[in-house]
Each structure stands twice: as structure tokens, then as C-alpha cells.
Design a protein around this ligand. Structure first.
Ligand code: SAM
Length: 584
């Protein structure tokens, strides 16, 4: 018996591609490149590319040669291509824009929907089939069929394809076993067919992928130390940690793969892959909910939730009720979430726009008596000296999402309870290749507006945070988050009410999310769950655009890299964004 692996690429006709609505739902929109180029006649052009299926749209914004920085004009040219050909669709316009509009061009470019002609996907993953068929002369063929909108005139060699797949698994999935080979996997598949080839089994039939993978489980040693196993699920290699392994560092140094760094604290396990074992594992306690350190005033009392702040008459799912309930008052009478569990597009875009104004002073509010500056002036060391309180540097005004909670009549599955249900997406902690240390990536594609995780840490007052920073000066800190979204509403905040979250020693997976200036794929949104006064709230991270499998997740910490008075020394930014705020 001979077994062949045949790959069929089917070219679809326009009619087979389905209706325009179906095509729109398959649209894949992503900025695939932000490049800078140094052509002498056009210094620092910004080149953007966005892909939808096999259509690519590009925009080039270039500063006009010789123009002064503040009055500089940019030329924006947008082009569209389909399968590599430039489209003559009237979009090839050249427009003169001002320096100030540069960021708007970027924003629109990323968020504007593609035109109809861009919405065809390259490959329809749902229509990929794996089949076994037999021929008259006793051959059995393994067929892998997928529908493709491109017509291939040249099929790559099978060896090159196998090598590329193995490379992908090694690099992207973290499989480090040098013996892993797709060819071996296919051979195992053939052996399974042979074993199962009984007389009663005359019909060609599908072999479930799970059966193939079970057979291919293999045990081996790495560094002569740990036993690993290839698995068929999304975690290709796992490493058993002892049950009491709450502090990873104490258990072992630099293991290859940790299946769940949360110790079961999250509904969804979160793996950590240490591809080359260079980094030390971080020392911290995983917690899935914020915990008060000492003096922070966080009071979850039902009595403080007033009648207009909950929906006692609701039942089931508030989102499917005929009228919007009291819990929408914070978001102007509309729910912040859609029935699909995503943040509503318009609300999300407003939050993204607000967050991207971090560096613009116009949108900040200034406290009369800033708790942050007060605590800096009152630090233990400085108490002995003359106390100096500097003026407020400004805080960003933010929109809140309000979720239903304990006093509401709806069920736990109500669509207006997203952040409080915790992490549901597949995430992995990994080593970033750019030298940013550990980072967080998604192991699944994420729609725009998806809740990823909240920032969890110890709830500390500004004074406590400042004392900590002074005591551990020079040590590594994760960036603390100020809960200052509503400080504008109060004239005088007591220190125990002006709070921040510190995830350095106790935190969740958000402590691994790195910073990206301006065009990050996550945005942080304040979420009210238990406390209507907004001194304390949850900080939820939601995607700003569609995020691909294995893409690193990042958010804009809002760091002013020029602020030398900040208690935590800014790092040298390696975010790679065209809009990076770190000069030089
Ligand atoms: C919240 S932690 C993120 C996780 C961190 N990379 C780690 O290994 O644990 C913040 C720290 O990560 C590093 N970091 C984050 N974003 C970075 C960036 N864009 N460039 C360089 N380092 C970055 C800095 O050391 C920063 O203090």
C-alpha cells in the first residue's frame, strides 16, 4: 500500500465566493507594516499597509522637503492592490495634509472599513478538508483540500512546505523538540491507516485529527532534566509542576514550558514558554482579583449602591430586554457591550481616541490638590526636609463602562457582565525577540473590542507606592497603574481614596503586557463593577483592532519619557512604533 499526501488548492469563481455579506464577515483587517524610509527627497515618510484577504491597501504620508517642522505638510497617497495588482478604483488620490493631521490619517487608515472589493479572504479555513480515499490499484491517498481565491501556477516542493511548517511550529508554537517532524507525523498517520485497514472498513473515511495526535505522543528528555510530552491540543509541550508551586521561581529555574502560570486561578489556563531559556522566571504571586495592601479604602457595600445604579427589575440577560435598564446611565442610555460580548464600536473608538491623546495637554484635567504630587512631596525621606509639592501634571479624562452586579436582578450570564467573568481568551507569556523581556501574546484571533484581561495587582495608596519605590530604588518594577480616571470629579481626595495598582509582587497576566507608543493593540478602559464612587474601579484591556494568532499584545502606558521626576525610571523604549515617543 502506498500513501500520498495531496494538497488541492481550489480557485473559487466570483459566484462560489458567496454573497457580499458573507465576504464582509470574512474580512481580515490589519495593519501589516508600519515602515519608515529615508529617501533624501522625502525624509521620514510613513508607509502603512493594511490587508484584507489578498487585497492590500497602502498609504504613504511624507513630509514635504525643506518645510519647517511645525508648519510641515505631509503628502498622503493611498493605493489599493488586489493579489499584487494595483487597483484602478479611484482611490489613488494625492492629498496635502498638515503635520497635525498625521495621527488622524493613521487612525482613519486603521479603523476605516475596507471597500467591498477588498473583502475576499485568501483561504476559507472552514472549507479545509482532510480525507482518505483509496484507488482501484490499492493506493490510499490522504487528501488535504482547501479553497483558495488565488490560482497557483507553481506548487512548492513538499519538502520545502514541510520545512516551513516545522519552522513555524518551532518559532511560533514554542515546540523545542529537535526531533519534531511533520513527515514523521504523516508517517504515523499512514501507520494508523494500515492498522485500521480491516475488511469491514471498505468505505473511505475521515481519520479524526485527535486520533492521529494521540498516536504521535512521544516522551523525551530536555537538558537531562525534565520530562515533556507532545500534546494534540493548543499547548504542544507541557511540564508538570508540583502542586504547591505557587511561586514559579522557587520550583525550577528556566523551564521550557509552564502549562498554567495562574495555578488554576483563572478559568482559562495561561501558559509560559521560555524558548531559549535565557530569561530568569519572574518572581511574583499570581492573583486573579485585586487585593488591598494596607490602608487603601475600598468598600464594597451594597448600601452605597443607590437605586438609580442597579437594575433590580431585570432578569436573565439585560442586553436582550426590550428597554435598556438603569445600568446604562453611565454610557448615555446604551450598553457598552454588544450581544457578541465585544465593546460597542463607537464607544470603543471614543475610548481609543481619548487614550491616544495621552501626550496632548489639551485633554487633561488638573487637580487643585493633586494626590500624586502630594505623596511625592510627603515621602518618608523628604518629610525630614522641607516639603515641596509640585503642581499637578494633569490626568486623562476617561469614559467608564458600568457592569451589572450583585444588586441587579439579571443572571450571572447577563451580557453586561464581561470583565467580572474573567479571562476567556487563550494567552501565552513568551520572551520578546526585541529585548523587552517577557511579553504576552494571544494564541487565538481576537475581534476588535474583545476583552482580554484586567490589570490586577495590589491596591495601594499613592503614599504607599511612593514609599515602596523609595525602599526598593534600583530594583525592577512593573509599571504601576494610577486609578485616576475620576479625580476630576473631586476637589479633595484623601490619600486612602487616591489609589493605584501595583503588580510587581502580586499580579495577574497583565503584568507581562509591554508598552507600545500610540498605536497599541489594547486600550485600557475603566470598568465600574462594585463601587459607584469611582475611587476604585477595574481597568479592563480591550483590543483596538483585530489581532492575529501569536501577535504580541501591548498597551500605551502613557509614559512621558522626558519626565525625569517620575518615581519609576523610564525604560529605553523598544516598541517599534512609528509614533514612538522616546527620542533617539
Ligand atoms: C509591566 S512590565 C512588562 C513585562 C516585562 N517585559 C517583563 O519581562 O516582566 C514593564 C517592563 O517591561 C519592559 N518594557 C515594557 N515595554 C517596553 C518597551 N516598549 N521597550 C522596552 N522595554 C519595555 C520595561 O522593563 C518595563 O519596566
Amino acid at each position: 500500500m502506498r500513501l500520498d499526501l495531496c494538497v488541492h488548492a481550489i480557485t473559487l469563481t466570483e459566484r462560489e465566493r458567496g454573497s457580499e455579506e458573507e465576504m464582509a464577515s470574512e474580512e481580515e483587517v490589519k495593519v501589516i507594516e508600519v515602515l519608515s524610509d529615508d529617501e533624501p527627497e522625502d525624509p521620514e515618510p510613513l508607509i502603512l499597509k493594511r490587508r484584507s484577504g489578498n487585497h492590500t491597501r497602502s498609504a504613504i504620508c511624507a513630509r514635504q522637503d525643506g518645510a519647517p517642522e511645525e508648519a510641515a505638510t505631509k503628502r498622503a497617497r493611498s493605493t489599493s492592490t488586489c493579489g499584487g495588482r494595483e487597483l484602478d478604483n479611484g482611490n489613488n488620490a494625492t492629498e496635502i495634509v498638515t503635520q497635525k493631521n498625521m495621527m488622524d490619517i493613521y487612525h482613519n487608515f486603521v479603523h476605516e472599513p475596507f471597500q467591498e472589493e477588498f473583502s475576499v479572504a485568501d483561504i476559507h479555513p472552514d472549507s479545509t478538508q482532510l480525507e482518505l480515499v483509496s484507488t482501484d490499484n490499492g493506493e490510499v491517498k490522504v487528501l488535504l483540500i482547501f479553497n483558495n481565491t488565488k490560482y497557483y501556477t507553481k506548487i512548492p516542493s513538499l519538502d520545502a512546505v514541510l520545512e516551513a511548517v516545522e519552522d513555524k511550529f518551532h518559532k511560533e508554537r514554542g515546540i523545542i523538540n529537535p526531533e519534531f517532524s511533520v513527515k514523521k507525523l504523516v508517517k504515523e498517520l499512514c501507520e494508523c491507516v494500515l492498522q485500521m485497514n480491516t475488511d469491514s472498513c471498505s468505505e473511505p473515511r475521515l481519520l479524526p485529527i485527535s486520533e492521529i495526535s494521540k498516536k504521535s505522543d512521544a516522551k523525551f528528555h530536555t537538558n537531562g532534566k525534565y520530562l515533556h510530552q507532545i500534546h494534540s491540543n493548543s499547548h504542544p509541550i507541557y511540564l508538570d509542576l508540583p502542586d504547591d508551586s505557587y511561586e514559579i521561581q522557587n520550583v525550577m529555574k528556566n523551564p521550557t514550558f509552564v502549562e498554567d502560570i495562574t495555578r488554576g486561578e483563572e478559568r482559562q489556563p495561561i501558559s509560559m514558554v521560555n524558548e531559549n531559556g535565557v530569561l530568569e522566571l519572574p518572581k511574583f504571586f499570581y492573583i486573579s482579583k485585586n487585593v488591598v495592601y494596607n490602608t487603601a479604602y475600598v468598600n464594597f457595600s451594597l448600601a452605597r449602591i443607590s437605586d438609580h445604579n442597579f437594575c433590580s427589575n431585570c432578569s436573565g440577560d439585560c442586553l436582550s430586554a426590550p428597554a435598556n435598564c438603569a445600568c446604562t446611565a453611565e454610557t448615555r442610555g446604551d450598553f457598552a457591550y454588544t450581544a457578541a460580548g465585544l465593546v460597542e464600536e463607537k464607544f470603543l473608538n471614543e475610548c481609543i481616541a481619548m487614550s491616544r491623546r495621552k501626550e496632548s495637554k489639551d485633554h487633561l484635567f488638573y487637580c487643585e490638590n493633586c494626590p500624586l504630587e502630594n505623596s511625592l512631596g510627603k515621602s518618608s525621606k523628604q518629610q525630614k526636609r522641607k516639603r515641596t509639592v509640585k503642581p499637578c501634571k494633569g490626568h486623562l479624562m476617561r469614559k467608564f463602562i458600568k457592569e451589572c452586579w450583585a444588586k441587579c436582578g439579571c443572571s450571572r450570564n447577563c451580557g453586561n457582565r464581561v470583565v467580572q467573568r474573567g479571562i476567556t481568551v487563550k494567552l501565552q507569556v513568551f520572551q520578546t525577540p526585541q529585548g523587552k523581556g517577557w511579553g504576552l501574546r494571544t494564541l487565538q484571533e481576537l475581534e476588535k473590542g474583545t476583552f482580554v484581561c484586567e490589570y490586577v495587582g495590589e491596591i495601594v495608596t499613592n503614599e504607599e507606592l511612593h514609599e515602596r519605590n523609595e525602599e526598593s530604588a534600583g530594583e525592577e518594577h512593573t509599571y504601576p497603574v494610577l486609578l485616576d480616571a475620576d479625580w476630576a470629579a473631586e476637589r479633595h481626595l484623601k490619600d486612602e481614596e487616591a489609589l493605584c495598582l501595583d503588580a510587581t509582587k502580586f499580579g495577574n497576566v497583565a503584568r507581562f503586557i509591554n508598552h507600545r507608543c500610540y498605536d497599541a493593540n489594547l486600550v485600557e478602559i475603566p470598568v465600574e463593577v462594585e463601587t459607584p464612587d469611582h475611587h476604585y474601579y477595574h481597568l479592563g484591556f480591550f483590543t483596538t483592532r483585530k489581532v492575529e494568532v501569536n501577535e504580541e499584545l501591548n498597551w500605551d502606558y502613557g509614559i512621558d519619557f522626558d519626565d525625569e521626576t517620575h518615581p519609576i525610571k523610564a525604560f529605553k523604549c523598544k516598541c517599534g512604533s512609528y509614533f514612538c515617543r522616546m527620542k533617539n
